[in-house]
Design a protein around this ligand. Sequence first.
Ligand code: NZQ
Ligand code: ZN
Length: 386
Amino acid sequence: MLDFSFFNPTRVLFGRDMLARMEDYIPVGARVLVLYGGGSVLRNGTMERVRSGLTQREMLEFGGIEPNPTFETLMRAVALVREKSVDFLIALGGGSVIDGAKFVAAAAVWDGDPWGILATRGSEIRTAIPLAAIPTLPATGSEMNGTAVITRADIAAKRVFKSEHVFPVFAVLDPTLTFTLPPWQIANGIVDAFVHVLEQYLTYPADAPVQDRFAEGLLHVLLEVADTTLAEPENYDARSSLMWAATLALNGLIGAGVPQDWSSHLIGHELTALYGLDHARTLAVVFPAMLSVRREEKRAKLIQYAERVWGVREGSDDEKIRSALTLTNEFFMRLGLGIHLSDYGLGQGDVEALLAALERTHGTCALGERQSVTPDVARAVLEAAL
Ligand code: NZQ
Ligand code: ZN
C-alpha cells in the first residue's frame, strides 16, 4: 500500500427526514445563501422544503448556476456574498451547483483575481466561507470532497481545483430529492460514479486489498441497482444505494494509498469545454478507448476486474481482458450512452482540436498513474474513440 494522509471532515445526514435536521449544524445568527441551478429545485418543491428547514436563519437565494458552472456566473454570486456579508453557503443541486458553491466560498475571501484559484489548482486557498451541500443528483461525489471543476466560457477552459477548505461542513443525502431526475441524468450519474471507482482501481496492483475490495463492492452495487433505479425512479432503496455509492466513490476513501489515473476525466473535460457534452458522456467515450489503448499497462488489474467484477473465469488472460472491455462498453451503451466520438457528430478534425486544448491546459505533461499518457497516447485514445 502507498503512504497516505486521509482527511474527510464532511458530516453526512442521510435519509428522507434529514433536511429537517440541517439547522442543527448551521451557526446561530448565520446569514445563509442558498445557491441553485436552472430551476429544477423551484419546480419540484425541493427549495420549499429547504426554506421550511431554515426557519431560524436569515436566508438569501442565488439561482442560475448552469451545468458545467461558469466563472462568469459564479462571480455574480461572489459579488452578492460580499455585498450582503453572507457567512454560510448551501449548495442545492447537482455537482455543478456544489462545485460552483465551492468556488464562491473560496473566491469571496480571495485576494486578487479569483481566476488565480483555478490557475493554482486551489493550492493557494488559505480560507473559505463554510458551505454545506444538498445534492439532488447522485453522480459526482462533490458533496463529500474538496474538489470542484469550473468552466471559463470566454476561453473555453474547464479547470479543476482542490482544497481542504472547501469540503462541505455537512451534506444532506436525501434520496427522495432525486426522484424527479430524468432517466438520462440517472444514467449519467451511474456512469460517472462507475468511472470514478475505476479511475482509482484500474491502475496497477499496490497491495491494497481493502481499497480493492471496497472498490469492487461499489462497482457491484452500481451494476446491481442500475436497471431498477432507472425503471423505478421512486424506489427508495435502489436510489439510496445509488446515492451512497456515488458519494463513497469519490470521497477519498477508496483512493487513499493506491495509484490513481484520472486521464480519462481530464481528456473528457476538454470534450465538455469545446463541445458541451455532459460530463458522464465524455467518460463513456474516452474511458473505453483509454482501457483499450493501455490494456498492457493495466493488464494485472484488468484481469482482476474481469474476474471479480464481471465474474469472467474462463479463457486466457487476454480473453478475460477482452470480455471485461466488451462488458463495460455494453453496460454504458445499455444505459443509453454513446461510446464513440461519432455518436456526437465528432470526427478526426475534432481530435486535433481536442489535443490542442489538452496541451493548452496541461502543456506536454503526461497524465495517468504512471504519467504515460503523453500527447501521442492521448491521440491514440481519441482516434480509438472515433
Ligand atoms: O440546473 P437544474 O435546473 O437544477 O437542472 C439540473 C441540470 O440541468 C438537473 N437536475 C439536477 N437535479 C435534478 C435535476 N433535474 C430534475 N430533478 C433533480 N432532482 O440535472 C442537470 C445536470 O446537473 P449537473 O449538476 O450539471 O450534473 P452533475 O451532478 O453530473 O455535475 C456535473 C459537473 O460536476 C463536475 C463535472 O465536470 C460537471 O461540471 N464534476 C465534479 C467532480 C467533483 N467535484 O469531485 C468530479 C466529477 O468527475 C465531475 O468532473
Ligand atoms: Zn466524473
